[in-house]
Every structure is written in C-alpha cells, then in structure tokens.
Design a protein around this ligand. Sequence first.
Ligand code: YCP
Ligand code: CO
Length: 279
Amino acid sequence: MLNKVELKSHQIGTVKFNNEYLNNELKKLHGIPFHTVYSEYALGTWRTSCLANKNGSFDDGLSYEYSGVAQITGVGEQFAYFISLIKKTFHWEYIKSIRFFSSKNNGMIIPHRDYLEFKKGFTRLHIPIQTDPLCLNSEQNFIYHMKVGEIWLLEGRVPHSAGSFGVTEKLSIVIDFDPDCNLSFLFKDKQCYNPQRNTEIVIRKKFDNHCNDSMRRLHKKINNDNFNEIVRYLTKIHFFRDVKCTEIFNWLEEICDRAENNLLKSHSITMRKYFIGED
Ligand code: YCP
Ligand code: CO
C-alpha cells in the first residue's frame, strides 16, 4: 500500500553517483574524526564531521550564521569526489557548511527543532550516501526513508528526529545554504532539481493501550542512572508506533510525576525547552 503525505521535508532532486567513486569515499569514512559538538542531541551513536564550514578549521564543528562562503576543511580535502560533485550540482557561493551525519546501532538524534539559536537558520539539504530501509527520519507524526542519491530538503523548523535501526550505518551529506536564496537557484545543474511534494511514509503499528501501559510503568524504574536509557527507549517508540516524535517529552514528564521525582521532572521540562523551544 502506497501512502503519500505532504510533509515540510521532501525530496527536491537527485544526484547520480558513480558507484565506484562513491564506494571509495565510503571506505575513507571509517578513518575520519567526528566532532563532539551537539552530543547532547545524540542518543547512542549519532555524530557529525565537517567537510566545509565558516573558516575551514575542522576543530570548530559548530554551525554559524555568517556572510561569506564555506571553506573546505582538512577532512573535506580527503573527499575530492564528493566536493567536486557538490560543486557541479550546486552554486558554491550559497553554501555555508557541508557535513557528514552518521548514526548506527540504534543511534538516534533526540526529537528537536533546528535553528532555535539562530536568527534565520539555513536551507538544509540531505543527500544519503549509505542507508537501508531501517534508516529512518521523522517529522512530527510521520516516518519516511531517504534513498542514496536523493536530495532532500529537511525542514528542521518542525520537530523531527532520525535514527538507524538495522545493520547499516546511516550516512548522509548535509549541506547548509543561505536561507534567503530560492530553492531552485541553489542548483547549478538544473537536471538535478525535481521536487516531489508528496512523501511516501512508513506505515507503523498502532500505539495501543499495551504500549501506553508498559511505558507508563517506567515510573517504577526511572532514576538518575537510567534516565538517558529511558529517553532512548521512549524516542525509539515513535519510529515503530504511530505517535508524534514530541510525545517523548510528555511521557517523560508524566513518568517523573508518577515517580514523584521533582529533579528529573524539572530536567525533562528543561529538555523540552532546549530541544523544541517554547511555542
Ligand atoms: C545544527 N542542530 O544545526 C545542529 C545539528 C541538531 C541540532 C544537530 O547544526
Ligand atoms: Co535537526
């Protein structure tokens, strides 16, 4: 059964990889360093590595809003094929950063909204370079899967998450562009630009009373030492049961309430503000 939904995030094009060159780049990925920044977003193994950024220094893995154009880092210099393909596909002058995003072994990013720390944020495109059907992304109440070579607009201003739940390390190239530039103008190779407004969503099981009960019983277990594992367990649920990714923050508060643990309750409230914002 095909189920298509109009999500904020959607495929906007395709890039044709040369398989031999792509595999060579993937092999090199095993040896590169990853940043420790944004580790508060990581549940298990989720990481980033900068190919290009504001000043070309790999040591600074943070995102910045700035005028000017991205400089290639030492890591970026090792991926000549990816860089040349990006230069052929997009207008380099609108690029602010290029990064690898990786998740594996049930690694996820905590549900969040992007750009809360910025005035405008970016136009963020994802291009998967290694994936399998259990590499998933979420937007609010929907789950979708991006294939290798597809170019996706990832609208991070709505709550979202991602993770890898199979045997494959989920690897994507993530490019941040000037947010004021029209989408189609980012493309130098117009053949690569072909937006698909409707996204095929992954069908999940019902979030039934049984799930609800077993989740709510966690108040008997929750404590400082297992809090992060519980956040991880709760976040994984929305990839396989039909609930919104932001439900985890409600569940956490409810579990802490029932556990009468005020410290963890206020920590949960702080987390919601930090990752989702006030709204
Ligand atoms: C960023 N935002 O905007 C980060 C990436 C999730 C939060 C990780 O660069
Ligand atoms: Co994000």
